[in-house]
Design a protein around this ligand. Structure first.
Ligand code: UGA
Length: 472
């Protein structure tokens, strides 16, 4: 099929590249000259694993082209499907719909008869409610009614290509599609995914998109609260969650406690839905609690450090990981930045490391006073304590025995529960993670080799070696 994708941000670029990979003829249209020239030069404006290879392969084959807005008229007139994937964030935690409105103002009159308009941007439900009339008012005289579909995306940064090509479902929100042409076009487009298609009124599709993220956020805040409850009893969250998730009603994902959910989607959509609920006088105490718990998680890192160090003033803290999750260069709403700011406010010195150079330089701009290092070991040198804020695999693979010898105190707050508690105490660290308590180091003379398959075995082993050294 011939597809035009308008807006080559995170969603648009992955969508365009994936559709080309499926054999479609795709033109990606981007208004930012800097982004467009980077793409034309073969440089990716975002980091997403595997994206550069897919883009390169499909550009070489001629299936994927990039163009500026001046080429929009030609590209969209000939397209079977035009997808709009422009941003709807205002950059300050709110919605903005000016970009999508001006895009539709320019685009809709150019559409030819038989072209389906697909909106992939995440939109406030109120905007979706007026979308059909907005498009209808701008349709060109020759095109007739424009089949218009809302097609929300469910792509996680870091695994966006996989999530596009092998989605759990494809949601088709019917904005206006009297002849069924739009629905048929999308069925053909998504045929390679063999995912179930869920066809809904557009408003339900838009609320369904938000609701999926709200539920994921709720699961994470539940896990974070549960971690505190586990700590109070001396139970281990990993085992508690593992036992729960055998129950298919509960589901396995998004129950890892940590420093909180970040990124451009979950925090924004929780906050915006809550604001809307308030203005509509809808009682939404659960969402309010989800937000509140999330905002408190970075402070829990400080509380743990404060207790372990008996004060933070003049402490040197190494912060490992800056991006809001691994395998992305995205710092938006990253909990690491809040942790860094809280630590600096408490009088600590913070030296951070992240595998993404762009994240390091951007973090320094966003958090005045933050220092960054070029390697994890350099960040940890002479540190009084180490905080792991993002579970990059490079941190799991570090030589923690060597690291214990270059820090001033081998104290670790593993904010993502990413490391093996027994291996860390074996390597000489005092190890704390939410819902796993605090584990004291195994002294070398008492050291035993442990090769653990699960956290409970690790902890039982360490406890045995230490005779009660696992403190809570
Ligand atoms: C999220 C959704 O997962 C996607 O389905 C959706 O398409 C996307 O938003 C969007 O609306 O565009 P994303 O923001 O990339 O994707 O990140 P997630 O993988 O959802 O993670 C969000 C945050 O939750 C991260 O900070 C992560 O570290 C945290 N998290 C995740 C936890 O703290 N615990 C968990 O168990 C899982």
């Amino acid at each position: 099929m011939r597809v035009s994708v308008v807006g080559l941000g995170y969603v648009g670029l992955v969508t365009a590249a994936s559709l080309a990979e499926w054999g479609n003829q795709v033109v990606g249209i981007e208004a930012s000259e800097a982004r467009l020239s980077a793409l034309r030069d073969g440089r990716m404006p975002i980091f997403e694993p595997g994206l550069d290879e897919v883009v390169q392969r499909n550009r070489e084959s001629g299936r994927l082209q990039f163009a500026g807005p001046d080429a929009m008229s030609r590209a969209v007139h000939r397209a079977d499907i035009v997808m709009v994937a422009v941003g709807t964030h205002d950059g300050h935690g709110g919605w903005q719909t000016d970009t999508i409105s001006s895009t539709l103002d320019a685009l809709v009159p150019m559409l030819g008869a038989g072209t389906t308009l697909v909106v992939r941007s995440t939109l406030p439900p109120e905007y979706v409610a007026s979308l059909a009339s907005y498009v209808e008012a701008r349709a060109g005289e020759n095109s007739g009614p424009v089949p218009t579909i809302l097609n929300p995306e469910f792509m996680r940064e870091g695994s966006a290509l996989h999530d596009f090509m092998q989605p759990d479902r494809v949601v088709i929100g019917l904005v206006s599609d009297e002849t069924g042409l739009g629905q048929r076009a999308l069925a053909e487009l998504y045929a390679p995914s063999s995912a179930p298609m869920v066809v809904l009124p557009a408003l339900d599709a838009s609320v369904g998109k938000l609701a999926a993220n709200l539920f994921l956020a709720t699961k994470i805040s539940f896990a974070n609260e549960l971690a505190g409850i586990c700590d109070s009893y001396g139970a281990t969250i990993d085992n508690v969650v593992a036992s729960m998730t055998y129950d298919k009603r509960i589901g396995t994902g998004f129950l890892r406690p940590g420093v909180g959910f970040g990124g451009s989607c979950l925090p924004h959509q929780v906050a915006m839905t809550l604001l809307d609920a308030q203005s509509r006088e809808v009682h939404a105490p659960l969402l309010a609690a989800v937000k509140q718990i999330n905002e408190f998680q970075p402070r829990r890192v400080l509380l743990a450090l404060n207790r372990m160090l008996s004060g933070l003033h003049d402490a040197r803290v190494a912060l490992l990981g800056l991006t809001f999750k691994p395998d992305t260069d995205d710092l938006r709403e990253a909990p690491s930045l809040r942790i860094a700011q809280h630590l600096l406010d408490a009088g600590a010195r913070v030296v951070a490391y992240d595998p993404m150079p762009a994240a390091r330089s951007s973090a320094v701009e966003q958090v005045p006073g933050l220092d960054v290092a070029e390697s994890p070991m350099a960040a940890m040198r002479d540190a009084h304590a180490v905080v792991l804020a993002t579970e990059w695999s490079v941190f799991r693979e570090l030589d923690w025995l060597a690291a214990a010898n270059i820090v001033r105190n081998p104290l670790m707050v593993d904010g993502r529960g990413a490391l093996d508690a027994a291996a860390m105490t074996e390597a000489g660290w005092t190890y704390h993670a939410f819902g796993r308590g605090t584990h004291q180091p195994v002294t070398r003379s008492e050291s035993v080799m442990v090769n653990v398959q699960n956290a409970s075995a690790a902890i039982a082993h360490a406890e045995g070696a230490l005779d009660g050294g696992h403190t809570r």
